[in-house]
Design a protein around this ligand. Structure first.
Ligand code: FMN
Length: 199
């Protein structure tokens, strides 16, 4: 038996990504915790709230780095979750208890590493970092759909099998499943297009 359920929004879960952007006026780096992303080829598509500092930064700077979170850092992420880098906090966020945070790296205990192909910094604690430039922005009623083109992919050697393959037994992405943090520590099997390394 299946039951129809009614919800205002239905969020079934995606990997957690820390999007780093730069305010080109103040030169300040910001972290936006996101999870509404998907990739196709070398394009990343992301859904962003219009008042998010990350969005305000990328419409000017036209760059963003996607730091894919490892399951180990979920508590650091929760530490910065109820903050924004936008000094003008929108009312709905104020009501929800969000506060302004000018330095989420400090608050979350996360380490900045310089960007390679773009100016946004990378986050050392995230084993996969993807530098992108913004190619398309579509504004909807209360969010934007942002398309980004990958410029550089940087992977921590600790999860690499060789120069171009990730050892999936060493990679445990953080999944935000119905707003609960979880991970992928049990393999069910691999897809026929699997191209990485597995013992
Ligand atoms: C796990 C997690 C996933 C989130 N995913 C998104 C998302 O995909 N898009 C978005 O706009 N906000 C998302 N948020 C909310 C933003 O992180 C939040 O609005 C934050 O204040 C934005 O920071 P900023 O204003 O400094 O950019 C998510 C929050 C958490 C904790």
């Amino acid at each position: 038996m299946f039951k129809r359920i009614e919800k205002e929004s239905f969020y079934y879960g995606f990997p957690v990504v820390l999007m780093t952007t730069k305010d080109t006026t103040s030169d300040k780096d910001n972290i936006t915790v996101i999870s509404s992303t998907w990739t196709l080829g070398r394009t990343i598509v992301v859904g962003l709230g219009l008042a998010n500092k990350g969005f305000l930064n990328l419409i000017v700077g036209k760059e963003a780095t996607f730091n894919i979170a490892d399951a180990n850092i979920w508590e650091k992420i929760e530490q910065i979750a109820k903050t924004t880098g936008n000094e003008n906090i929108p009312d709905y966020k104020k009501k929800a208890g969000y506060t302004y945070c000018p330095d989420k790296f400090k608050l979350g205990g996360l380490t900045k590493t310089r960007g390679i192909d773009i100016s946004c910094v990378r986050i050392k604690e995230c084993p996969i970092q993807i530098e992108t430039i913004i190619t398309e922005i579509t504004i909807r009623a209360d969010f934007a759909i942002v398309e980004c083109e990958m410029k550089g992919i940087f992977v921590d050697e600790k999860i690499l099998h060789d120069d171009s393959h990730i050892d999936v037994n060493k990679w445990f992405p953080l999944i935000y499943k119905f707003r609960e943090y979880s991970s992928t520590n049990g393999s069910l099997g691999v897809n026929f297009r699997f191209q990485e390394y597995k013992k």
